[in-house]
Design a protein around this ligand. Sequence first.
Ligand code: CA
Length: 223
Amino acid sequence: MRILLVEDEKRVASFIVRGLKEEHYAVDTADEAEKGLFMAGVNPYDLIILDVMLPGMDGLTLCRELRNKKQTVPILMLTARGSVKDKVQGLNAGADDYLAKPFEFEELLARVKALLRRNRFEKSTQILVGDLRLDQITHEVERGGKRIELTSKQYALLEYLMIHAGTIVTRTMISEHVWNESFDTLTNVIDVYVNYLRNKIDKGFAKPLIHTVRGTGYVFKES
Ligand code: CA
């Protein structure tokens, strides 16, 4: 994972770089926004840490510039100011998260990891659980090399379950994310669709992937 840090204060920059390198991240630094803008244009960063207060172009402007250039890289904004107004400005400029100085490195690291996790999932076009593969671009699904044909709703349900693999997914979560306002809570439509999916992806395979959590919902996992 590669990170770009845009920060003009040398002491703060070296403190962050040292900590991130200890965590096995590759880190590049820029001490002004123009340099950061150029570097972000030529290198595939997984994350950008951006100080708001910079000489010349400020961090908010740089953030807007990156978003105008369709850069979807996660951006964590840093600032000495911690007011609600500053936070809102940063988020409105297109930042994903915000951290007010001074901060503990542990908090910065926790936010970095959370953003990278989010980014990894959002950038990945394929989801793999056990021997089941789902391609979010082509919408192809196969298990053990065997192609599985699904209806649109079955695909949406499977994708939702796979995104949340390993955690319990409640019927409410499914109804809110897979169905629209027309969903009728009095029906057992979710159970019906889960059974459709079971027939298509689990039937004939030694290890079922869809598991019922009695009274709660489902969990999608290998065993
Ligand atoms: Ca600064």
